[in-house]
Design a protein around this ligand. Structure first.
Ligand code: GLV
Length: 328
């Protein structure tokens, strides 16, 4: 029996690639070239499965050019790079990698928030630039994390992980905004309180964004929301680029209308808004919130498990559009 052909669109752990090769004819991208949409579509010709990361766009045009495609397995929990409705309409399974990155990403979100609050990156740049000549009482004074109010926009698995760290580890008061209120059994151990979005921006000392990207979430945080924040507050984004209006944020930081920000994701990344590069009061990291060796390996394995199950008659562990499976 001929084995299904799949495309692994980006470089991945050799062990994971080797496992995929035991099931499939694998076309891969060992040099991790960033293909244009046309090149990606071309490479997908004749492939039953695509193993992609959050950087590859899978849209209706690509699906129409590749009607043989059966499964698109994303090595990311977020899947806004994939037009899921277009996949579902065409019977293409989409999978993602939830759960395995929750705690790692929550660690990083909390660390970024702390780095902004305590001006760690600013202090480090100052030291490296050879500008540290004496101790001074007000040098890099920031704002406290312990005992402060943590405001979480998007209280899913990762948001709850950050809330746990804040409430249980740092004695923070947790407020959150989500489309729907959590079960009181989840809120209660964290002392977490649902508030409307504007109240979150007004009351929080440290706002952390962990909501999924959707067109409705585009610029959910813009000049208006930032203007609601306390001048001493910080804003951290570990969700997706495009949720924050980066130009508005750069301007607010420049004018010190909020104290600081910390960003792991950017509009149009890997490009970064030049205004953000010019201001000192923002910590910038290159989309690495899930980047520990163990977690990236777990994500890669889960994406492979999904692809193998999807194309060999198994049950994919983490489908995004499971209704497609019922129709097979
Ligand atoms: C990373 O951003 C992910 O969605 O896993």
């Amino acid at each position: 029996m001929t084995r299904p052909a799949v495309l692994v669109a980006r470089a991945v752990f050799p062990e994971v690639l080797a496992r995929l090769r035991t099931h499939f004819e694998v076309d891969d991208n060992p040099d991790d070239v960033i293909w244009s949409p046309g090149e990606l579509s071309q490479r997908l010709r004749g492939k039953a499965g695509a193993y992609v990361t959050g950087s590859e766009r899978v849209d209706a045009a690509l699906l129409d050019a590749n009607p043989q495609l059966r499964a698109v397995c994303n090595m990311a929990v977020g899947y806004n790079n994939i037009d899921v409705d277009a996949c579902t309409e065409r019977g293409v399974l989409v999978t993602n990698t939830p759960d395995v990155l929750t705690e790692t990403t929550a660690d990083f979100g909390f660390a970024l928030m702390m780095a902004a609050a305590r001006r760690m990156a600013e202090g480090e740049h100052y030291l490296r630039a050879g500008r540290w000549t004496k101790w001074r009482y007000d040098m890099f004074t920031g704002s406290d994390v312990h005992g402060a109010t943590l405001g979480i926009l998007g209280m899913g698995r990762i948001g709850q992980g950050i809330a746990r760290r804040g409430a249980l580890g740092f004695g923070m008061r947790v407020i959150y905004h989500n489309r729907s209120r959590l079960d009181p059994a989840v809120e209660q151990p964290l002392g977490a309180r649902w508030v409307d979005k504007d109240t979150l921006f007004r009351e929080a000392d440290h706002v952390v964004l962990v909501l999924p990207y959707s067109p409705a979430a585009h610029h959910a945080v813009g000049a208006r929301e930032i203007a609601l924040m306390k001048p001493t507050a910080t804003l951290t984004n570990v969700a997706r680029g495009g949720i924050v209006d980066d130009a508005a944020l750069a301007q607010a930081l420049r004018e010190q209308r909020i104290a600081a920000a910390a960003l792991d994701v950017f509009e149009g990344e890997p490009k970064v808004h030049p205004g953000l590069l010019e201001v000192p009061n923002v910590v910038l990291t290159p989309h690495i919130a899930s980047a520990t060796v163990a977690t990236r390996r777990a994500m890669a394995d889960l994406a492979a498990d999904n692809l193998i199950a999807a194309l060999t008659g198994g049950v994919p562990p983490t489908p995004v559009n499971p209704q497609v499976l019922g129709g097979r």
